[in-house]
Write a protein of this length. Structure first.
Lengths: 96, 94
């Protein structure tokens, strides 16, 4: 009955107690998936804006190259922002 | 019949409570990173190149700092104008 990450737990009738560990793991997975989707959505938006001029009948080579580079740069930017924000938070906490 | 169902997650469970607090905090952080990356990309990125040059990198770092400064500034000023407003209206209604 217990599937991967206890996904079937809702199917259980009766009085089985939920394993909080399993629930927490499942929630973490769902959160990670949601974050990945958010990242992808924003990355797609930004790279479309940067790389696609007048939309043609297909993505030409230069557009594909641009998108590939854009993806990597967006990840770099995301990581830079994450580090900078984390540093700032540490600094704020240290000043309290 | 017991009141609690198999899907009843009691939030009085300290382990789950702590977990929820930690994950909520983490999500707030993630959301802001998403938001700032999007905003700062507009300000700092011209044409995507083979790597993030140091000028762009500095711009992103500054952008994060200034965004947080802006957020704090707005909160502080709002608090101040609320205080002076309520002092004003209090004197009117006396």
């Amino acid at each position: 009955m217990a599937g991967k990450f206890g996904l079937d737990f809702m199917a259980g009738g009766g009085n089985e107690k939920l394993d909080p560990g399993l629930v927490m793991e499942q929630v973490k997975v769902q959160i990670a998936v949601a974050n990945a989707q958010e990242l992808l959505q924003r990355m797609t938006d930004k790279c479309f804006r940067k790389c696609i001029g007048k939309p043609g009948s297909s993505l030409d080579n230069s557009e594909q190259k641009c998108i590939a580079m854009c993806m990597d740069r967006y990840m770099d930017a995301w990581n830079t922002v994450s580090r900078a924000y984390n540093s700032r938070l540490q600094r704020e906490r240290a000043n309290m | 019949m017991e009141a609690s169902s198999p899907t009843d997650l009691s939030v009085s469970d300290p382990q789950l409570q702590h977990f929820i607090e930690v994950e909520t905090q983490k999500q707030r952080f993630q959301q802001l990173v998403h938001q700032m990356t999007e905003l700062c990309w507009e300000k700092c990125m011209d044409k995507p190149g083979p790597k993030l040059d140091s000028r762009a990198e500095t711009c992103f770092v500054n952008c994060v700092e200034r965004f947080i400064d802006t957020s704090q500034f707005i909160l502080n000023r709002l608090e101040q104008t609320q205080k002076s407003k309520s002092a004003f209206s209090e004197s009117l209604t006396d």
